[in-house]
Design a protein around this ligand. Structure first.
Ligand code: PRP
Length: 182
């Protein structure tokens, strides 16, 4: 951990701020869903930490499921589709579905994923994103529940990675440029 922490420029969101925000989001969701049963879909891997915190503070009954997706496209190719590496294990038709993500960035991944999920006819389909980088958006998509809006900086921790590392940090930190520019 100490070695990882040496590569953090600054802490952007502390553990305490995260805990308070998770409770706030849960209260918003409680008010929205009331006692409805909701299928929470955790999008692997980045949202695992947020998902496990969130599920423990909401009051409505939840079922868990997991998806792993990979966005096609890069800066020169429009990311219009998404490859499903691991799909949910149930039919979502008629269910209240809440997708839980760690970060909404360009919006490519979630726009494509939502098109596929909508086609399966859920009773409702909503999006919760722990972090939102509005400056990076190229698709007109917004989360229904948002934790923090953040500037366009390279953030890691609380599930978010750089080269599969740093996910275990309990806070969100800005990675030193020297780490990813070397
Ligand atoms: C992140 C995040 C979203 C996507 C958002 O996943 O979890 O799925 O990128 O980016 P976009 O808005 O520009 O499409 P990532 O590919 O880093 O995978 P991970 O969750 O396994 O770390």
């Amino acid at each position: 951990m100490r070695e990882l922490e040496q590569n953090i420029e600054k802490v952007l969101i502390t553990q305490e701020q995260i805990a308070a925000k998770v409770k706030e989001l849960a209260a918003e969701m409680d008010a929205f869903y009331q006692d409805k049963e909701v299928l929470l879909i955790c999008i692997l891997k980045g949202s695992v930490t947020f998902f496990s915190d969130l599920t423990r503070v909401v009051s409505f009954p939840v079922m868990y499921d997991f998806m792993c997706v990979s966005s096609y496209g890069n800066s020169t190719v429009s990311g219009g589709s998404v490859r499903i590496l691991k799909d949910v294990s149930v039919d979502i038709a008629g269910k209240h579905v809440l997708v839980v993500e760690d970060i909404l960035d360009t919006g490519n991944t979630l726009t494509a994923l939502f098109a596929q999920l909508e086609a399966r006819n859920p009773a409702s389909l909503k999006l919760c994103c722990f972090l939102d980088k509005p400056d990076r958006r190229t698709k007109p998509i917004e989360a229904d529940f948002t934790g923090f809006q953040i500037p366009d900086e390279f953030v890691v921790g609380y599930g978010l990675d750089y080269d599969e590392q740093y996910r275990q940090l309990p806070y969100v930190g800005v990675l030193k440029r020297s780490v990813y520019e070397k």
